[in-house]
Design a protein around this ligand. Structure first.
Ligand code: COA
Length: 431
């Protein structure tokens, strides 16, 4: 049978496609804009007729009706990472939360340590050889597709066709629906004077020829905006956003000094504007790869001068970073933070930056603390952390003693908190 005939046979209505989900199934949904809205709306509409279904995902973009505490016996969200659309249930306890390094999710799925019965993903239109591209977010979706009973796609002409390990053949697909809605767009976060000051400190430490990973949050983007005058930069990252597009347009990125995949940018999911999605389409300079490739510390660390920039919420005197919870209240997830901190530590000439404003809540709370709040989830360990940057400067911690670390971190704390922090350090016999 020709691919075109198979295509006709597997095309279905959304209400029929979601009938392929069975009670007690786990549906693995692609990250961020890789999530298929029409399928998720159809699933939500049928939620009263199903039982024990889980939806596993990193960073949902929209809140669908299934995301409802009154129907968690029917269908429950299981987060690999909490975003704005899934934070409430994580904090109130009616979401599940599965901690993991992003790079390891594909192996956790393939080893069946977490279930993956059905895959839901956006896809580009089928090509002449019968392949769809899942290039918006191949992350863990490709691993889930290799073990799942059913792969269900939402095929949309607005989804870019990208290169990399992100193709699924029509023969592997249980069914698909077609839609033409525009993809969700996410703007750059607001950059205030604090973010800008931190961005400047980091940008000053990034040399020409560096390969970059840009993390999630306002400050990593503030760094990017201050790199437009650099030369010969390369991109080996997890999230592709509009900040990176700005760097490309400025001429700062050419990828030619990368050691791993020279000449190509690597990423595992995209989140940005329509312009970004159009840039990705049939672009030979870009590979969208599963996250066990992009975030593998060994592969990323093969690049000399790998510079990685990630944000945290709170840091203690030893440099332990609580990047994903406020005490025991979850806020996000580890994502690729540990992966890229370790990758930069392996890279010749690499530097890893953990960035944070010195305070929270209108300067009433110091984010540099003697010890993390009880229950804090530690994302970057004291053994991996290196450069820490606030709007008051840079503390370089790797190779430094506990006393030197406390001194350096108090030196970049907000001036209003320094005396109190010094007193605490004395009590802890660090001074
Ligand atoms: N005590 C109390 N509240 C705090 C706080 C603290 N120590 N630190 C932060 N907050 C509050 C902030 O005031 C802010 O609240 P608001 O929204 O009401 O203003 C909120 O928590 C978020 O803090 P902010 O610094 O604005 O976070 P962000 O949106 O820039 O995101 C992380 C930062 C840390 C959550 C995000 O980078 C993350 O999830 N990191 C881990 C994953 C990662 O790094 N992945 C990298 C690969 S993409």
């Amino acid at each position: 049978m020709s691919f075109e005939q198979t295509y006709k046979e597997k095309r279905m209505a959304a209400a029929d496609a979601v009938q392929l989900v069975e009670n007690n199934d786990t549906i693995v949904v692609a990250t961020a804009v890789g999530e298929p809205p029409t399928l998720l709306i159809a699933l939500s509409e049928q939620r009263h007729a199903i039982k024990g279904v889980r939806v596993s995902q990193i960073l949902p973009i929209k809140k669908y009706a299934y995301y409802d505490p009154s129907t968690v016996e029917n269908i429950r969200h299981s987060a690999y990472f909490l975003g704005p659309a899934s934070r409430l249930g994580g904090q109130e306890g009616w979401n599940d939360f599965v901690p993991a390094n992003f790079s390891e999710l594909p192996s956790i799925i393939k080893r069946k340590q977490t279930p993956a019965d059905v895959v839901f993903s956006m896809a580009s239109p089928m090509d002449k050889k019968g392949f769809f591209s899942l290039g918006l977010a191949p992350c863990y979706t490709m691993a889930a597709a290799s073990v799942a009973r059913n792969i269900l796609l939402e095929v949309n002409p607005n989804v870019p066709c990208t290169q990399g390990g992100c193709k699924i053949h029509i023969s592997q697909v249980a069914g698909f629906i077609e839609s033409e809605d525009p993809l969700s767009e996410v703007g750059l976060p607001k950059i205030g004077p604090v973010q800008e000051a931190i961005g400047k400190y980091v940008a000053d430490l990034i040399p020409d020829g560096a390969t970059l990973q840009i993390g999630y949050g306002g400050i990593p983007d503030a760094v990017v905006m201050q790199l437009t005058h650099k030369h010969d930069l390369g991109i080996h990252t997890e999230m592709l956003g509009d900040g990176i597009l700005t760097l490309l347009e400025s001429g700062a990125v050419n990828n030619k000094r990368k050691n791993h995949n020279p000449g190509k940018m690597l990423a595992t999911f995209a989140l940005g504007s329509r312009k970004l999605y159009q840039f990705m389409n049939n672009n030979p300079m870009l590979e969208m790869q599963p996250v066990d490739i992009t975030n593998d510390p060994y592969l990323a660390g093969m690049n000399d001068n790998l510079h990685t920039i990630n944000a945290t919420l709170q840091i203690d005197f030893l440099g332990q970073c609580g990047s994903e919870s406020l005490g025991f209240t979850p806020f996000s997830g580890t994502g690729g933070q540990t992966d890229f901190v370790r990758a930069a530590n392996r890279s010749n000439g690499g530097k890893t930056f953990i960035v944070l404003p010195s305070t929270a809540k209108d300067d009433t709370i110091s984010r540099i603390v003697p010890m993390l709040s009880p229950g804090t989830h530690v994302s970057t360990s004291k053994n991996d952390v290196n450069y820490v940057v606030t709007e008051y400067g840079v503390a370089q911690l790797r190779g430094k003693s506990a006393k030197q670390r406390a001194e350096a971190l108090i030196g970049i704390a907000h001036p209003n908190f320094r005396a109190e922090l010094r007193e605490q350090a004395k009590k802890m016999r660090l001074f």
